[in-house]
Ligand binder design. Structure first.
Ligand SMILES: [Cu+2]
Length: 151
């Protein structure tokens, strides 16, 4: 019986690993980064992370802008959107993690001066498995972020 069980387990794991991401190097690319020119000392960075390799997770980010960055998720609590911190955002194999207005994002906090439209900030994304990924994020007028929500 045990032999049968392990045979079944082997078959299942063999099937799984044909498509599963644990053994494959992750390969993550970033596209469409953007941050709004918020007049205060914090702003949300949005970006799409596409993973064409094995499973990975975004575990943090740093900025050249002399500010702290945390991972935020947005939760709906009785119709009110609330942002809460997250330790990690999974980017499973073959998926795209979309950090978009109304959803998960990178929260830049304690900015020394407000971001100005037309400038850029450089952020570095840290992953569980992948090498660090540098992303240049354009700062856009707030009204341009509305387009992002519609698209
Ligand atoms: Cu936030």
């Amino acid at each position: 019986m045990n032999a049968l069980r392990s045979a079944v387990a082997l078959t299942v794991s063999a099937l799984c690993c044909a498509g599963c991401g644990a053994d494959v190097e992750p390969h993550i690319t970033a596209s469409n980064p953007v941050v709004g020119a918020v007049p205060g000392d914090s702003a949300a960075v949005y970006v799409e992370l596409e993973n064409s390799g094995g499973d990975d997770a975004l575990i943090g980010a740093t900025c050249d802008c002399d500010a702290e960055i945390s991972l935020h998720v947005t939760e709906d609590l009785d119709g009110i959107s609330i942002m809460t911190g997250a330790d990690r955002l999974d980017v499973p194999t073959g998926s795209t993690l979309e950090l978009d207005p109304g959803g998960s994002h990178l929260m830049v906090q304690d900015l020394q001066s407000p971001l100005t439209a037309g400038s850029t900030i450089d952020i570095t994304l840290h992953f569980e498995r992948s090498e660090d990924l540098s992303v240049t994020v354009p700062v856009v007028p707030l009204e341009d972020l509305a387009e992002r929500i519609e698209n």
